[in-house]
Every structure is written in C-alpha cells, then in structure tokens.
Design a protein around this ligand. Structure first.
Ligand SMILES: Nc1nc2c(ncn2[C@@H]2O[C@H](COP(=O)(O)OP(=O)(O)OP(=O)(O)O)[C@@H](O)[C@H]2O)c(=O)[nH]1
Ligand SMILES: [Mg+2]
Length: 312
C-alpha cells in the first residue's frame, strides 16, 4: 500500500468553486440549438449535469483512493487504529457516500423542474436553487472532508512496509539507529545529535544471499507502556507484527543520555519472542574500560548479517 501517493482531499469551497466554474464556462462555450426556451433549457441542463458529474467524480475518487481496511495487512490496520479515529473514519466514508447519493437525487429533481418550466426567466432561478441545495449538501459533509484530509496527512507518514524478511533496529533515542540503517542499506534517512529525530519509521533494503531484506529503523522509545505516544506505539507494533529479527543498539558512550542499566533493561523487555542481536554503537567515543566491563553478548554488523542469512 502506498499511502504517500494519496491525493489531497478536496474541501467544500474548492469543490464548489471548481464545479460552478466548469458549469459556467461550458454554458458560455457551447452553442445550443432550438427555440429560445429550448436553448435555455439545454444550457441549464448542461450546467446541472456538469456540477453533479464534477462533484460525484471528485468524491468517488476520495473513496476509491483511501485504503480499505479489508485489503490491508494487520500491521496497517493496527496502525490506523492507533493513529486515527477508526469510527470517525468509517463515518466520513459514509458521509461521502450519502453526499454522492444526495447530489444525484437533487440533480434528478431539478432536471425535471428545468424541463417542465415554461418561463425562461424562471429556468435560471431553478439552477440557482439547485446550486444552493448542492452547496448545502457539501456544507453538511465539510467536517468529514476536513477529517479525511487530516487523516490523509497522517496516512502519508505511514512507512511503506513490504512483506519481506525484516530486520528491525531498536533501542533508546539517539543511540544511532538511523545511522546504522544508513550504513547497512545506503539510505539517507535523517540523523541528528538530539533525541527523537526519527518521527516515523524509516525503511531501507539490503541484499543478503541475493535476497532483498527489509531494514526498519523505528523511533526511539522510552518504553513506558502507559505513556507511549503514537510514534512509540508504532515502534512496538513493528516489533510485534513485522520484525523477524531485532538488532538492539547500545550506546555505552553516554552521548545519548541513557544509562547502560536502562539500556540493558529495555533489551530484556524485548523478551524471547524473536531473535535479538545486540550491537554496541559509538565505540569510537566509548571508554575502553566500559567496553571491557560490558557483559552483554554483542555482535559486529558483519556478524549480524551472517546470522541473519542463516535465519532467512
Ligand atoms: N561518534 C559517533 N557518533 C555516532 C555514531 N553513530 C551515531 N552517532 C551520532 O549519534 C547521533 C544520533 O544518531 P541517530 O542515528 O540520529 O540516532 P537515532 O537512534 O536514530 O536517534 P532517534 O531517531 O532520535 O531515536 C548523531 O549525532 C550521530 O551522528 C558513532 O558510531 N560514533
Ligand atoms: Mg533515528
């Protein structure tokens, strides 16, 4: 699923401006034949059609583009539930559906009116009434259009996760997860000298044994289950739903600001559900004595790659 490509959800004003402008232009451009009353009727019929078609097409496009949770894998369904109001989202789709049907109804009613009206001057009034009804339908779904656009902006930040063998880089903020991702996969994700640089999940790919392996860099977590923010919850979700292997990154240098004890605790919290390979980063700025005293069995990146190859 490619959430990045979702087009912005058009809002009430934009939709009305577009539909009415198109109708006006076509009404002026097109030559109509017949007597005076017929010409007016044709012209107003055309305007009514254009407004309906423009709006219905746009609203349908929103419905078609948004992901259907039925087609998504568990990871994305969970992520949607964590980051969006799922009920509100469903309601918004319902509201758009309702609007599409309403527009169709109002269109049919006014077409009949236009074709039955005998006085030319009144035909134009019917079009104006129609515009009013259409505007009021859109006004009613405006909160939902807003919610969908807000949701799209959230969805756009979802990682594009593929169904491949997956290595997950995990550890406290600022320990160097993104740096390792870039090293392993040659991606250029943002690295910075302060915590919480990574605000969503970065993905990169490397080849092992001629097979593409997905490497995910998940945002630093403080591991307080009760107080986790959306991003931290995303990290948990990746660990539970997607990761085949975890590379747990230590920073013993003190630069990241987390004690070695806390880092060991977070490693233990990972449990034994999946294979975890500890890696000690920032060795260039770490006291040699600390490295010597460190008792957790750890691996070099080359060793980790070799271990992963065995597990694939
Ligand atoms: N000296 C040294 N600095 C490193 C090393 N690896 C990473 N850094 C620095 O540590 C800082 C944090 O690195 P990131 O890769 O952004 O860390 P992160 O774990 O992704 O951080 P968050 O996304 O905030 O959780 C940056 O300033 C890096 O340049 C290393 O091996 N040696
Ligand atoms: Mg990072």
């Amino acid at each position: 699923m490619n959430f990045q490509k979702l087009t912005p959800v058009p809002q009430k004003k934009e939709l009305l401006d577009l539909a009415f402008r198109k109708a006006r232009l076509k009404g002026v451009q097109k030559k109509f034949v017949g007597n005076w009353l017929q010409k007016i009727r044709y012209k107003e019929n055309l305007k009514l059609d254009i407004v309906k078609d423009t709006l219905v097409t746009r609203l349908m496009k929103v419905l078609q583009e948004f992901p259907n949770t039925m087609d998504l894998n568990d990871f994305y369904v969970e992520l949607i539930k964590l980051t969006l109001d799922y009920v509100e989202l469903k309601k918004s789709f319902g509201a758009l559906d309702w609007a599409i049907k309403q527009i169709g109804k109002v269109h049919r009613v006014h077409i009949v009116k236009v074709n039955e009206e005998k006085e030319g001057a009144k035909v134009k009034k019917i079009t104006l009434q129609y515009y009013g009804r259409i505007a009021s339908i859109l006004k009613q779904i405006n909160p939902q259009l807003k919610y969908l656009e807000q949701s799209r902006k959230t969805l756009r930040k979802f990682p594009a996760i593929k169904e491949l063998f997956t290595v997950c880089l995990y550890g406290f903020p600022n320990v160097g997860k993104t740096t390792i991702l870039n090293k392993l996969t040659g991606t250029k994700a943002k690295v910075a000298a302060y915590s919480f640089t990574t605000k969503s999940i970065n993905a990169g790919y490397m080849k092992l044994n001629d097979t593409k392996v997905q490497v995910l860099d998940v945002p630093g977590t403080l591991a307080r289950k009760d107080k986790m923010n959306d991003i931290e919850l995303q990290a948990e979700l990746v660990l539970n739903e997607v990761a085949n292997v975890v590379v747990y990154i230590f920073d013993l240098s003190g630069a990241s600001g987390y004690s070695i004890k806390n880092q060991e605790q977070l490693l233990q919290n990972l449990g034994k559900k999946r294979k975890v390979f500890p890696f000690v980063n920032k060795q260039d700025i770490t006291d040699e004595s600390l490295l010597k005293e460190f008792t957790v069995k750890h691996y070099t990146l080359e060793e980790i790659k070799a271990e992963v190859e065995k597990l694939m």
